[in-house]
Design a protein around this ligand. Structure first.
Ligand code: S3P
Length: 436
């Protein structure tokens, strides 16, 4: 059993302003991109979490030099080629983003790469990157999951690929491989977060993007080297989402969350919560190196409505559904969330977990393999004892449970408090500050 969080009381009303930590997707991408430049790259507000530290450890193994002080990280990369002679051993820990993207980055490595991960990552699907990387010419000893061994090739051939899942990790893995292929790779990709496209554009890498209704067509030319990337990482909207819902479901509270990334490919949670009646506004909007940033202001909402959630918003809210389901549990009417099979492919099977936690909370719900119907009740009162045994240590299952305990009541024991180190190490510290 890991560290247990006990919560017995709802949170007191609050009126504060906070920062959440740096965006995880951007932090990992910055580390991996910087490893490809031989010049020094500097980042401020890089997320200091286990997923990002695993990324740093991997690029160190590959030959990059890294200095990470309080709020500043410097990387001098090893360029496009790995000089090591023997098999390279990499550990992606809990991070699907790192595990999948780094395989693309290593497409031109003639060393054997052995990639492992923790218990949760070892259950996740890697066929989604193995398939396109094989088209570039890489060889694998596995079909589907970790541990695996990959062998790249000196001159990968550009490919044409249709990415049908809407997985940004898969798209980005192909984009990193395309950087090293001679010629133009063409990816038709179902819509997903576009941070890599924006960073590549900013670095003046030859990339052309055509936006269609349901997918983008990306044409990317291979290059021989890239420039360094100096970056100030904005706050993570996925971390921010827990505090949006905390405020919405608390009495007489309001919160300003400063300097958050509001890239439209990430703001499905805002669209969904607003449609359910939440009071959320953006202040001080600006553009930073292609990314939209704003302060987000949110207030308690007394009248929440159910939603038939449009599937076109799924990809831009994919990491936020667990916390959105809590709002549905307090809303008037039946909410319906569909086409969410990908939720069961995350750090743990999250659709199954959501239904399980709602059952513990006596919130009626009907789950299928890819959908969830939630019968909301604005007047629900929770007084029972609830124990969450989070076997795969899923950080978002932990944080969802903590927010449920603080807003619905009851006597909760939640496992495993250490899981927040994956994406949001300051989560409990910020909660304590709000509850003072
Ligand atoms: C991420 C993409 C999403 C998301 C994950 C981070 C990324 O996963 O769930 O937390 O940084 O590219 P998929 O690519 O599997 O959709």
């Amino acid at each position: 059993m890991g560290k247990i969080l006990n919560i017995k009381k709802k949170i007191k009303p609050f009126n504060k302003s906070i920062f959440v930590e740096g965006d995880k997707s951007l932090s990992i991408r910055w580390v991996l991109i910087s490893s490809l430049s031989k010049k020094k790259s500097t980042a401020y507000n890089l997320l200091k979490s286990e997923d990002v530290m695993s990324s740093i450890n991997c690029i160190k193994t590959l030959g990059s030099k890294v200095k990470f002080d309080q709020n500043k990280c410097e990387i001098i990369g090893n360029g496009f080629y790995i000089k090591k002679k023997r098999q390279i051993f990499l550990n992606a820990g809990n991070s699907g983003t790192l595990g999948r993207i780094i395989l693309g980055l290593l497409i031109n490595s003639r060393n054997k790469i052995k990639l492992i991960g923790d218990k949760s990552l070892s259950k996740r699907d890697f066929s989604r990157v193995i398939k396109p990387l094989k088209k570039f010419g890489a060889k694998f000893n596995a079909k589907k999951s970790l541990p695996l061994i990959m062998k790249g090739l000196e001159n990968p051939k550009p490919i044409k690929y249709f990415e049908t899942r809407g997985s940004a990790q898969c798209k980005t893995s192909i984009m990193f491989a395309a950087l090293k292929a001679k010629g133009t790779t063409e990816i038709k990709a179902k819509k997903s977060r576009n941070h890599t496209e924006l960073l590549f554009k900013y670095l003046k890498i030859p990339i052309e993007i055509k936006k269609r209704k349901n997918f983008d067509v990306i044409k990317l030319k291979g290059v021989k080297k890239i420039n360094c990337l100096n970056y100030k990482v904005p706050g993570d909207i996925s971390s921010c989402a827990f505090f949006l819902v905390l405020t919405i479901l608390s009495d007489n509270s309001q919160l300003l969350i400063r300097n958050v990334n509001i890239n439209p490919s990430r703001t499905g949670v805002i669209k969904i919560l607003r449609k359910m009646g939440a009071n959320i506004s953006f202040k001080n909007q600006k553009i930073y190196k292609g990314e939209k940033i704003a302060d987000i202001f949110v207030k308690s909402s007394k009248k929440l409505k159910s939603i038939d959630c449009p599937i076109k918003w799924n990809s831009s809210a994919i990491d936020e559904f667990l916390i959105i389901f809590l709002v549905a549990a307090k809303a008037k009417g039946i909410s319906y969330f569909k086409n969410l099979d990908e939720l069961n492919q995350k750090e743990s099977p999250r659709l199954i977990w959501a239904s399980k936690i709602l059952n513990f909370m006596d919130v009626k719900n009907i789950m299928t393999s890819n959908s969830l119907k939630i019968f909301g009740n604005p007047h629900s009162i929770l007084e029972k004892k609830i124990v969450i045994r989070n076997f795969l240590k899923d950080h978002r299952v932990f944080m969802m449970s903590a927010i449920a305990a603080l807003t619905f009541g009851g006597n909760w024991k939640i496992n495993d408090a250490d899981s927040i180190k994956t994406s949001f190490p300051k989560f409990l510290k910020i909660l304590r500050e709000l509850n003072r």
